[in-house]
Design a protein around this ligand. Sequence first.
Ligand code: PGA
Length: 254
Amino acid sequence: MLKKLFFNWKMNPVSLQETRNLFSQVILAANNQPTVDLVVFPPYVYLSELSQQLQTTRLANLSIGAQDIASQAFGAYTSQISGPMLKDFGCQYVLIGHSETREAYKLSNQQINQKLLQSLESGLIPILCVGHQTDKTITEINYPELAEQVTVALQNLPTEFKTEFYLAYEPVWAIGTGKTATNQIIEEVSQFLKQELAKLSLANQVGILYGGSVDDVSIQELVKLRQVDGFLIGGASLKPEKFNKIIEIVTTQT
Ligand code: PGA
């Protein structure tokens, strides 16, 4: 199966003009390679611009998403942006519990669960990010921490929910460091996550992603992963020469 690519722009680019230019490059890439599925997560303030640019293209293989979502639908929550607002601005996807957001807002797994429920209620496709927040080493995998992140975040899901859904494994030490987890570790963790999902009867519904220093070089090995349905890409998603190479490798080798 062709892998899906999720571009997390984080707090970049720094101007509207640069954002327009970068998104034009993504549009070009999606146009040139109709078999790849791309999703871009810009900062909130650029969602409207990207949504308008996207509408003029009619591309079916490119969508936009938000980097976070409020735990409530509306009300007195200064600085927060809700699911219905994101939906209204053309978002189809939302990142939930990215390690940088968990750290910045000291989010508990219960709060992440609230965000997840909000995303489903709003009709947004969630990408729940998990990773060993407390691990500093590359070889140790903190399975109990991963299990808790998954099971608490996924509690009380509506029984009838049928939407697409992703779990992104992102070891904190691999994010923005140039160090990627080995394929062996990623396969092992994916297997574990699938077992946890199976306990919740979600194994067939949830796709597994990997994120953490995916770039034009590391993708050459990562593309061989069989259990992984796609990649969450930060730094390299801001550089057309890098993401074009990633797209080329993913489309020719999967
Ligand atoms: P990176 O970021 O690709 O720059 O490591 C990934 C992420 O934070 O999602």
